[in-house]
Ligand binder design. Sequence first.
Ligand code: PLP
Length: 458
Amino acid sequence: MKTIIEPFKIKSIEPVKFTTEPQREAILRKAFYNPFLIPAEDVLIDLLTDSGTSAMSAKQWAGIMDGDESYAGSKSFYRFEKTIRALTGFKHIIPTHQGRAAEKILFSVVGGKGKWIPNNTHFDTTRANVEHSGAEAIDLVCEIGKHPNLIADFKGNMDIAALKAFIDEKGAENIPLCMLTVTNNSGGGQPVSMENIRKTKRLLQKYKIPLFIDACRFAENAYFIKLREKGYSKKSVREIAREMFSYADGCTMSAKKDALANIGGFLAMNDNNIALKARNLLIVTEGFPTYGGLAGRDLEAIAQGLNEILDEDYLRYRIRSVEYLGDRFAAIGVPIVQPPGGHAIYIDAKEFLPHIPPHKYPGQAVVSEFFRIGGVRCVEIGSVMFGKYDSNTGALISPPMELVRLAIPRRVYTQSHMDYVIEVAEEVYKNRKTLRGFQIIEEAPTLRHFTAKFKRLA
Ligand SMILES: Cc1ncc(COP(=O)(O)O)c(C=O)c1O
């Protein structure tokens, strides 16, 4: 059969609320046009993020009941540890309450002033935690990964030549580790090839720099390798994932993505010395090393989710459903980052609304219109999220791309939900020339996108 169906049945449902266009206009106004300020109850299809929004399976819910809440040595921890060690091969498995907590601990141990951390592209929390430690974060994604409309199989790859030049410039002794984010969220959810992971490792080995994987979407990345990289079509996704981890010395992970859990994360590594320091810090900031800021039931849900995510029927449906949405958007004429990544569709708002300059936030205009037309919530990833003011002139310095992300929660929406989103996109496309820019009327000094208030320009 050609039709790829959802590889699950629905056992428990959560109603969604329908609203009228005038109601949505009022909701938008009340939220000052910021999607983060809209009550979730008023959203029909929520594509704000794929993080922590997965639907858990019956077996995960059963695991929740089976969770051992002992403070120390809980059996749920040992199951969690065993599952992650079997998948990654790492010696030390340290639970954390989410991905950024793993980052905070890792960079508190290895970071600091005068240090540099390269990555294909740092996710915003990774960058923030590197910088918080006093170190500097540098993005070295390959050239093609910087062009939204160019098509390539592995646009998340590290630029190996640039990495070598960077190490030679800064000195290996100032680079405590190098990260690789799979898939590359900030670069459009694009995958990294096995060849690139291998070459990155080979280069780092010469300089004795450890490689850490930001593994949030490791299974989606592994499935792309299976589909696109020579020599991997007959390997299981689990084998591919294990090979990916075999080149690394450690990883950080937000279990809110490819562990199909609503909360959780972990830090894993082989180095005894870093692990000792990380656990000491964990006790101060997260909790005892056998629960690390999580309940025993969370550890159970994560362990189960990490096995379910490797189901190839699931991954085929997952990658195809994102691609389906992307293909249909492109067919309508909506410009997107090509090819569609593993977890989201990214609209190129600069090309979509050329009449709205970056300092009038074209992405915010697209986000508002998706909500106004159909109650679909998405998020701007452009000048609102990453814009900075010039300290001399006060002028806005925009990032290279003005994107709007529609992230697809795992196992939550069906094909008819996606067809509805496509219909909304058609209307947004029809209205594009009438859309107006925005002005920020209130903002916080950091991470302003979460709380900023906007005014629609005349
Ligand atoms: C690539 C990447 N790294 C790290 C994180 C941080 O994870 P968490 O939200 O669990 O702190 C995210 C979250 O979206 C991410 O996408």
